[in-house]
Unconditional design. Structure first.
Lengths: 488, 316
């Protein structure tokens, strides 16, 4: 039994409604997808043992392997059709229907139109054909997301709203017990046909308090522990082996690009130059991150970030502000959610901004109120981060900076640049990885130069793993972890 | 039960109706006044406006406020607490799963507070052990000043990490070992109060005529303190514990979080964070019912312990 702990309890294990980290992570252990990521972030077949893409990139043909649901029934191509149609069906009301948006007629069906039977169809029991609206280079990445998990029709129909607590998938694990607020118990799905897992089960306890999780690890009740940054130096000194991984995540302060004076690019650049990000990294977050001199995290890049970024240059920052018509600076509000570490970070930022004459006031709201205000564009600036949904450069570009995604779509800074938009649109249609990368690289440097955010860092994750565990590694992305290689 | 007692109880129960209506209404108003939107929590990090509109309609959040209020009142009257927005689980099922755990924790904390508090208070009065009692009183005063959060982590560090005597956290199927540390943490705050009140209760009682009479009869000191003074000293203790019990039930949030205890307090806090209206409403209403029922029982208890406050006893 592998013993893990989570800070927050999953809301639901129904792929259609799993939007938070815990829900997506555990739902992915239970449900298989057509394809999945391995822990390094490479695409592998999951339910599909192979696939072909047509020349024009509009047709995908998947050959399915033999697999069974945890109920024992064989999985066939019709189950994939059912699962995809369910996710898109407007009556399902999945907030993640957009995962399958590239499929032909998907948007129309979701908007209340008819279902295009031919767009997703089972040619035979083990062959599934998908037709797209237009080529979508990141389609396979989308298909790895928890929401695109394959569900068992009869279980959905018999369980209804309770499916989220009694899921039935064809993944490596099945849920055997869920004690609310306490723990979830997963057992090996005896019908799973893929390689592994080598352990009988996983217990996932819900422990909200990080110090308590540490105590549980120290007494030997947990096998894996994420080390909080504030505790990092103690653990490093203690000599306990620690593993680390660069997260696919960027931490930033979004500026509301529609609100003066943040509608002036020079002002936004000045704010970037005013802050010594490296100093904050080493002193406030205990060096658990690398400065973001670009936007796409290093692991998703074909080439490293060029240039040295904005650097710390308060004099130049003051000059830029004066040239933009703000020689005496201005007042602004930076919003944050309740979070002690965020508070310490923003107090440093506040100090740096004060040095160039910008009087920043910190406003703290709890998560729900914070999110509502940010999505509606109320605050001048907001401290936030962005996690990858899937390991692809695209995920750090179009959702965050395409003008069509302003607000809740992900572009919370409300940045708009026609050239950048058209690069994103073109890249999405480009199957060739190299050519696609060139477009993202150009878009990235344009966005970075326009500075819709104050760019901070790419965080590093540190974990301790008990001696009795072998084969564990921190996955590149949360839903790539299936514990198939782990043994005890 | 006498007729007067029955009438009194019935009156108290009828008063509960407007009280609970007030709770329902105030909870409803607060939820809608506080900023935050439940569908934003459900939608995650990346969503489109159209889906939000659909979700709001599905959850009935698009209706005018007074309609939502009336709908909700109608459901409460039918004892239907609805389903959680977030987990889609029936609210009653979540409460039923979590409340017993909160109750166990609160009851154990109360027992600890009374047993330890009264012992300390009693010892402080009894001359021979005054030094011990007084140092314990000082200790308990320090105890009441320690923040629960820090105390909980301290206890975990000492008893679990260093001494390996007790598990650090979790419910553990309700085992005594798992219960001990959270119960102790939760009881600390009232333990000191109970000790002080007991002590002054004993001192007051010691000056009463009936104690002097008992002494004059040649009764042993232990019997005098244990039987005569004890009962009198107990009345203020019951008041304190009775009022505190309600706050044990609702105020165990921090303790529950530190010890990963799957109780109702944590459910309420989580659902407030997620703007999970049905769970907030259901759980708050449930706690209110528990609170008023406990208060009622405490009031009825007085009569059993102290004949002077027994309702209707004057007529006999």
């Amino acid at each position: 039994m592998l013993r893990l702990a989570l800070q927050t309890e999953p809301s639901t294990l129904d792929p259609a409604y799993a939007v938070d980290y815990s829900s997506g992570m555990i739902s992915s252990l239970i449900h298989s997808n057509l394809v999945r990521f391995d822990p390094e972030g490479k695409i592998l077949g999951d339910l599909a043992e192979g696939w072909e893409v047509s020349e024009d990139g509009m047709k995908y043909t998947f050959r399915l392997t033999t697999a069974r649901f945890s109920s024992g029934r064989n999985v066939n191509a019709e189950d994939v059709v059912y699962s995809f149609k369910r996710l898109l069906d407007p009556s399902t009301m999945s907030p993640r229907w957009w995962v399958l948006e590239p499929i032909r007629g998907a948007e129309n069906f979701h908007g209340g139109g008819y279902w295009d039977e031919t767009a997703v169809h089972a040619r035979d029991d083990s062959t599934l054909v998908l037709y797209l609206n237009r080529p979508a280079a990141h389609l396979l990445s989308l298909l790895t997301m928890p929401s695109a998990g394959i569900v068992c029709r009869e279980e959905i129909e018999s369980s209804g709203a309770d499916y989220g607590r009694s899921p039935c998938g064809c993944g490596a694990w099945k849920l055997v017990e869920w004690r609310e607020g306490e723990r979830l118990l997963l057992e090996r799905n005896s019908f799973y046909t893929g390689a592994g897992p080598h352990i009988d089960g996983i217990s996932i306890r819900i422990i909200p308090e990080s110090m308590t999780r540490i105590a549980e690890y120290e007494v030997g009740n947990l096998d894996v522990l994420e080390i909080p940054r504030a505790e990092l130096s103690r653990w490093k000194e203690s000599g306990v082996p620690i593993i680390r991984e660069q997260e696919l995540r960027i931490v930033y302060i979004g500026l509301n690009n529609e609100k003066p004076p943040f509608n002036i690019a020079a002002v936004r650049r000045a704010l970037n130059m005013a802050i010594d990000v490296d100093a904050i990294i080493s002193r406030v977050i205990f060096s658990a991150g690398i400065e973001a001199r670009g936007i796409i995290p290093p692991a998703l890049r074909l080439e490293p970030i060029r240039g040295n970024g904005y650097g710390y240059d308060p004099q130049q920052a003051r000059k830029l502000l004066a040239d933009a018509g703000y020689p005496d600076g201005f007042r602004m509000e930076i919003w944050q959610r309740e979070n002690p570490e965020g508070g310490r970070i923003l107090e440093s930022v506040q100090g740096y901004l004060y040095d160039i004459g910008v009087d920043a006031e910190l406003v703290t709201r709890e998560w729900s109120a914070f999110k509502m205000a940010v999505d509606r564009g109320t605050p001048d600036a907001f401290y936030l981060d962005w996690f990858a949904d899937y390991p692809d450069a695209e995920n750090f570009m179009a959702p965050l900076f395409h003008s069509a995604n302003a607000g809740g779509g992900g572009n919370r800074a409300r940045y708009a640049n026609n050239r950048v938009d058209s690069l994103f649109d073109a890249a999405a249609l480009t199957p060739d990885a190299e050519a696609r990368w060139r477009m993202y690289e150009e878009a990235e440097s344009l966005v970075y130069h326009d500075a819709p955010w104050i760019f901070l860092w790419f965080p590093t994750r540190y974990e301790a793993v008990s001696d009795r565990v072998e084969g564990y590694r921190i996955p590149a992305i949360f839903n790539a972890q299936r514990y198939l290689d782990v043994s005890l | 039960m006498t007729y007067a007692m029955f009438k009194y109880t019935l009156k108290r129960i009828l008063i509960l109706i407007p009280v609970l209506w007030g709770v329902v209404t105030i909870t409803f108003i607060i939820m809608y006044v506080v900023p935050g939107d439940p569908v934003l929590v459900l939608a995650g990090e990346r969503y489109d406006e159209k889906t939000l509109v659909e979700m709001r309609r599905d959850l009935g959040l698009d209706k005018p406020l007074h309609m939502q209020y009336l709908d909700y009142l109608g459901r409460v009257v039918r004892l239907d607490l609805g389903r959680s927005f977030v987990t889609r689980r029936p609210v009653a099922a979540s409460i039923a799963e979590r409340f017993p755990k909160t109750l166990v924790l609160a009851a154990s904390a109360m027992v600890l507070a009374v047993v330890i508090g009264v012992s300390i208070g009693g010892l402080a009065v009894y001359n021979r052990f005054a030094w011990l009692g007084n140092s314990l009183m000082t200790l308990s005063l320090i105890g009441v000043s320690i923040p629960v959060f820090w105390l909980g982590l301290l206890l975990i560090n000492i008893f679990s990490v260093r001494l390996s005597l007790l598990p650090p956290s979790g419910y553990g199927g309700g085992s005594l070992a798992h219960l001990l540390l959270p119960a102790l943490t939760l009881s600390f705050a009232s333990m000191a109060t109970v000790a002080r009140v007991t002590r002054s209760g004993f001192i007051d009682a010691a000056g009463e005529d009936f104690i002097r009479t008992a002494r004059a009869k040649g009764m042993g000191e232990i019997v005098i303190i244990g039987k005569h003074a004890f009962r009198n000293a107990l009345i203020p203790v019951i008041t304190i514990v009775g009022t505190d019990f309600g706050s044990y039930l609702s105020g165990s949030v921090l303790t529950e979080s530190i010890f990963g205890w799957p109780g109702l307090g944590r459910l309420i806090v989580q659902s407030i964070m997620k703007r999970d209206f049905p769970v907030i409403q259901g759980a708050v209403l449930f706690m209110a019912v528990v609170f008023v029922v406990v208060n009622l029982l405490v009031d009825l208890c007085y009569g059993i312990i102290d004949p002077r406050v027994r309702v209707g006893s004057g007529r006999k």
